[in-house]
Design a protein around this ligand. Sequence first.
Ligand code: COA
Length: 331
Amino acid sequence: MSESGSIPRVYSRIAGTGSYLPAKVLTNDDLSKIVDTSDEWIAARTGIRQRHIAADGETTGDLAYHAAVRALQSAGVEPDELDLIVLGTTTPDLVFPSTACLLQHRLGANGCGAFDVNAACSGFLYAISVADKFIRTGDARTVLVVGSETLTRMVDWSERTTCVLFGDGAGAVVLKADAETGILSTHLHADGAKKELLWNPVGVSVGFKENEKNVGVRIQMAGSDVFKYAVKALDSVVEETLEANGLDRHDIDWLIPHQANLRIIEATAKRLDMPMERVIVTVDKHGNTSSGSVPLALDHAIRSGQVQRGQLLLLEAFGGGFTWGSALLRY
Ligand code: COA
């Protein structure tokens, strides 16, 4: 109890970050040799210049491991100090056990809770939101949160409208309980009615066989519908976040958005009246890495020295489901 008699709030503060991109790079020019596209078209419509592709046999769990080791090192935390691992992914290594369990064992963090969260491209926002609740309620003090994907494993390389967009990668953060500041609020949403606009309609229960229309095992997307819905949903969650915290849009120091499309990022920045100099953009280097994208951008922003301790960061993402969400935090 505090002197005033109220129970003091506990915050989840970022103690360290890490990220990992597979070695192989596929540029827009490389893609133009596979499908009828060009660097000019892809860059103008999406801002993407290249993406990384996991090597044969390199899995989501491998990417997660490298990102996690870097995050633990930067936080100065040993794996056996972890109380929980929450991993956002829509491309798990196996049907089960979860990729979080595989990661837990490989890190040597045996014994702590570990589970995956599937919210497609919003996976990291969903994962960090769950982790924050564990810390705020006192059930955990040190949590590893990861977003990791090998999305290119389910890309149709003959479909130019989708194959140019996606890449593989992972990012991770270590959250620690803090008495002063950290995550201020998180906001999650979903609209399952829109599932067919962005999905991969196969699975254990439905079956993995391609159906008579030859769809499945591959990402299907209605690009311009997704674009319009994403811009609206992100506008609304940004408003919701500011209102919940009694903040003005000019109070935000950095926007760290999901890296799917530069034009969607610019639309959100415009809504926040934010110059692009205060928006972290890495989509040009790795395309849409789904759950990996926000922690990849965050790690880049911190390691490059752009984001400084004490600054206010707004994280947001949108993805299949539809799902979308935000996290406001003081770094
Ligand atoms: N290279 C060259 N031309 C392409 C192309 C490519 N890779 N992909 C599509 N085209 C063509 C289309 O065939 C179409 O040609 P047509 O006019 O002769 O029919 C033309 O470009 C315009 O297609 P359209 O789909 O209307 O383009 P767009 O401006 O909507 O851009 C996306 C397409 C996919 C880049 C855009 O809709 C988008 O970014 N959507 C959101 C996707 C996303 O972020 N998804 C993940 C969310 S987590």
